[in-house]
Design a protein around this ligand. Structure first.
Ligand SMILES: [Zn+2]
Length: 63
């Protein structure tokens, strides 16, 4: 299982997927939504909206 490289929380598949979409498709370590939001200086809700957006587009990275 994958852990957030910043805070060590267990990651959900969508968190890995959004990291790949927003940061680096070939990444092998990831940030959770909270740490990713802090990294980009945006709200967690913004990240969650992006997850929804990509899922609705049918991106295969998302469940
Ligand atoms: Zn984290």
């Amino acid at each position: 299982m994958d852990l957030c490289k910043n805070c060590g929380r267990v990651l959900e598949k969508d968190e890995i997927a959004i990291y790949k979409r927003m940061v680096n498709r070939g990444a092998t370590d990831f940030l959770c939504v909270a740490c990713l939001a802090a990294h980009f200086n945006v709200s967690e809700d913004m990240i969650k909206e992006k997850i929804d957006h990509f899922r609705k587009m049918g991106c295969t990275l998302f469940e």
